[in-house]
Design a binder for this molecule. Sequence first.
Ligand code: TXA
Ligand code: MG
Length: 314
Amino acid sequence: PERTVILSPTEADLDKAAELLRTGQLVAFPTETVYGLGGNACDGNAVAGIYEAKGRPSFNPLIAHVADIKSAQKLVIWSDMAEQLAQAFWPGPLTLVLPLKPDHGVSGLVTAGLETLAVRVPAHPTARALLARVGHPVAAPSANPSGRISPTQASHVLAGLSGRIAAILDDGACGVGLESTILGLSNDIPTLLRPGGLAADEIETVLRYPLKNRDTADPLTAPGQLLSHYAPNASVRLNVTAPDAGELYLGFGAREGDLNLSSTGDLAEAAANLFEHLHQLDARALPIAVAPIPYHGLGQAINDRLQRAAAPRS
Ligand code: TXA
Ligand code: MG
């Protein structure tokens, strides 16, 4: 497409967005975590278009977004653990990786040839309204060019992908602000593949079972989890209590002019602000110093994203 159409979450525009997806076009849409770059998961050309629009160097597996549990059960082999977690946390910022069913209909480009599929039911009302209308699974990575910061507002999406996608559904800022937590359930050991918008301890409370951490050396449990990711333009220094002159300070609002994640130290608020602040810092191109972030609750995912932002670029 030469021009990206901006749609709003009205009935008429949701119908338009669903029709674009059904006919193989790409539509960015809001979820409670970040904006997704959606394409029909059952249409190989549409999925190839997602990789092309993002400039993804390789075919990393994508998450299939569906409207409800029943739709997920048509794609993957369900289990008791999946049922428990879906009942507790769907719709919401949790992605489950489960074995594919025969005749699932999803393009091999979505799974990158794996025998498992990542599925999620997003909670954002606009995402839900869209998925219900489309009626098939929608593959959607975060709607940013490969290696850049994930978008939490429509303007972030347009800055990176304008002219590369048919449309964007603009419904303001994303409430959670961090990508979903990805949990591997393809064997009987629940494995945290990516910390995200649902804290790991909440999952452990429901399962009454400790999560295994992903084996970073295993390409099957951690496909496409590049260390340098979410990269801002400027250099990033972590765990800084005293920033240097000339550094922008990202933290909990101690000094005038600092970028404030949360003045009360609230980690959910900090998560919601993180990418927006990184986008702003990006535009200013000054070196960034980041205050220590506690590791509990959502702090695990915030630290994960910051470590990737600070990692040497490959
Ligand atoms: O919050 C989110 O999850 C957002 C919104 C749009 O839903 N989506 C998102 O997608 O973050 P993406 O493509 O940026 O990240 C998906 C990650 C990939 O890094 C990939 O490693 C992992 O999911 N993944 C997908 N399928 C997998 C599979 N079968 N096994 C293991 N990991 C998988
Ligand atoms: Mg991403």
